[in-house]
Ligand binder design. Structure first.
Ligand SMILES: [Mg+2]
Length: 324
């Protein structure tokens, strides 16, 4: 589906350039003036987390994903390493073997509601807050977490259970009104068939680049729209500026836009992909250049040969491998 997406997005880019229009005009035109984007705040403790939220607010973010360490666990998904060169979380490391992180679901379930209580007390009721469970809970644990987070009015709880077991969402849904987002590991509209028809989720998390491109994503999002389910397109830095721009044109055009994940790319990536999209005061815009608005500089790309990198993996205290 990624290969199909590459061809599909390239063809939309060419067609829009031939028409002399920004791509979103071929998708029906802008339904909104800007695209609300959320950033990734994290911290090993409350002080670091609050600092990270403040830095994101200073950078212009108006919606924030909150990830923290858990007492008794050494390294957790979503929490920026203390020695990281960038403000923005990057889990994939260039090393001969993947890094090991650890996990304890009971400690996590006890800790997370206290974090959101503190964040709400500090930053008030207005700020949209999101949280990513990264597929690590059983259905009944996820139901409990959703219920315990209800007082803190999350924008969404993401990937609360392993997405492959879609039946699990029925159980979670029966116990909590915390909005649910899922789908960054899905590849087709069929993966969502029951989840959308039975209204078991609130946000579709697929990436344009993993789901067959703009054509397939538009079908998926139109299907979701019939059930008042909105978009929340996947957008970490492993989505290239081309994939991000494709998402932004869709976000601007579709009616059932929800929110867009956004982690700014680093200067080396921006050297290779010259782009016109902008981020200001919480909102992204793809720009008005004909086509996608991103040009690949092949000479610059040739200076950066492929280097393998690994995502980490999790172990429980007794050594069992667990969803990361
Ligand atoms: Mg995620």
């Amino acid at each position: 589906m990624t290969a199909i997406a590459a061809v599909d997005v390239a063809l939309w880019d060419l067609k829009a350039k031939a028409a002399g229009l920004p791509l979103y005009q071929l998708l029906g035109g802008a339904s909104r003036t800007g695209i609300m984007a959320y950033g990734h705040a994290s911290g090993r403790d409350q002080e670091e987390l609050f600092d990270s939220i403040r830095r994101h607010l200073d950078e212009g973010f108006r919606s924030i994903r909150v990830q923290t360490s858990v007492p008794g666990i050494d390294a957790v998904y979503g929490v920026i390493a203390p020695a990281a060169a960038s403000e923005h979380y990057e889990p994939a490391q260039r090393a001969p073997l993947p890094a090991e992180e650890d996990w304890d679901s009971r400690a996590y379930l006890r800790h997370i509601p206290t974090v959101f209580e503190a964040v709400r007390n500090e930053f008030g009721p207005e700020l949209p807050l999101l949280h990513d469970v990264h597929h690590r809970l059983t259905p009944i644990q996820a139901a409990r977490l959703g219920k315990s987070l209800e007082p803190y009015d999350l924008f969404w709880l993401e990937d609360c259970t392993p997405a492959e077991n879609q039946e699990a969402l029925r159980l979670v849904r029966n116990h909590t009104v915390t909005p649910l987002a899922i789908g960054e590991v899905f590849n087709t509209v069929w993966d969502y068939q029951a989840l959308i028809r039975e209204q078991l989720i609130d946000y579709v998390r697929s990436a344009v680049t993993h789901t067959g491109g703009i054509t397939a994503m538009r079908k998926l999002l139109d299907y979701a729209a019939q059930y008042q389910i909105k978009s929340g397109i996947h957008g970490p830095t492993d989505i290239s500026p081309i994939g991000m721009a494709a998402a932004l044109h869709l976000d601007l055009a579709i009616h059932n836009f929800g929110i867009q994940e956004y982690m700014p790319h680093g200067p080396l990536t921006n050297e290779v992909f010259r782009q016109t999209f902008t981020f200001q005061d919480g909102y992204l815009h793809p720009g008005d250049q004909p086509g996608l608005g991103v040009e690949l500089d092949e000479e610059a790309a040739a200076r950066f040969p492929y280097q393998p990198a690994y995502l980490p993996f999790n172990r429980l205290k007794d050594g069992t491998v667990h969803d990361w």
